[in-house]
Design a protein around this ligand. Structure first.
Ligand SMILES: O=C(O)CCC(=O)C(=O)O
Ligand SMILES: [Fe+2]
Length: 296
């Protein structure tokens, strides 16, 4: 069982996240317009074919959700999610950022995905010494439909975010890495509108869908420390700059249209891409009169 709390029980959520590496937040809700748009898009695409690798077949994956589903914006920047991330990620960055996104629809016949860690992409940080490293990624999965063990609810290995590294470099896929036994794996069962949150080092995977006719639809939204390279390239996937300018400020900022800490990601004349002049540390080092080449 994965502990579950109401969205206002922030301390309980954060404590359970730290202890088990996964927690369910009940009653986050699903924008009805989003539900409609997801169905329309899913009806137009074919499920993947199983090639025997990391991704299971019989699955529809739709990325670039910020551009494709503007009605998901309220979920990407949900105040309850932001409050939780403030507590988990903010201590180690000026601002956290959106890291990757997707609609994941697991259909009947899909096998289990390979167990993995979202932080596997930062393979040079694979030491599991949690005392000396910050949490890099927090992943969330909003249940668009009910998630059951039978229809492919996300599989979680509680506590695996604290498993020690076998060697300094091993990823979840290394032969030396500790593997989860079947008893250690639990299904994150949820009602539609509940949201699973898990640690970037927690072993997890999409479950197998053993039903005859029940799809499992989820919206995955992951977040990371603002000074890391994001898994999804939001400067390309969020839409044209003209489109991005119409998005709410918080969405633009989560998608990297803002400098981090006043120094990372400047665009022109040390402004951020939305035009805000924010010299930050550079301003104090070189002086703000260095940023006046607007005629070039
Ligand atoms: O579909 C799921 O439940 C999990 C998917 C996942 O972990 C991933 O694609 O990284
Ligand atoms: Fe994953």
């Amino acid at each position: 069982m994965i502990p579950a709390f109401e969205k206002n029980q922030v301390d309980d959520i954060v404590n359970a996240f730290n202890k088990y590496g996964a927690v369910v937040v009940k009653g986050m809700g699903v924008n009805p317009q989003l539900r409609k748009e997801i169905t329309e898009v899913l009806n137009q695409i074919e499920p993947s074919v199983d090639e025997g690798g990391f991704f299971a077949g019989h699955t529809k994956r739709v990325a670039s959700i910020v551009r494709r589903f503007p009605s998901c914006h309220q979920h990407v920047a949900h105040p309850a999610t932001m409050t939780i991330l403030d507590k988990i990620l903010k201590p180690n960055c000026s601002d956290y950022q959106f890291h990757a996104s997707g609609i994941l629809a697991i259909q009947p016949g899909a096998r289990e995905q390979t167990l993995h860690r979202e932080e596997d992409t930062f393979f040079s940080m694979q030491k599991r010494d949690m005392k000396n490293r910050p949490t890099l990624i927090v992943a969330t999965m909003l249940a668009i439909t009910d998630f059951t063990k039978e229809n492919g609810a996300t599989l979680i290995v509680p506590g695996s975010h604290k498993w020690p590294a076998v060697d300094g470099k091993s990823s979840s896929f290394s032969p030396q890495a500790r593997k989860a036994t079947p008893e250690e794996v639990v299904s994150a069962e949820m009602k539609a509108g509940d949201m699973l949150i898990w640690h970037g080092l927690t072993l997890h995977a999409g479950g197998a869908n053993t039903t005859k006719d029940v799809d499992r639809e989820g919206l995955i939204m992951t977040y990371s420390l603002g000074w890391l390279r994001t898994e999804e390239n939001f400067h390309l996937s969020s839409g044209t700059f003209e489109q991005v300018k119409t998005y709410p400020k918080i969405i633009r900022e989560l998608c990297g249209y803002k400098m981090h800490g006043g120094g990372l990601g400047f665009y022109d004349d040390m402004r951020d891409v939305m035009g805000a002049k924010s010299p930050g540390i550079f301003g104090t080092l070189i002086g703000s009169n260095q940023t006046t080449n607007s005629k070039l």
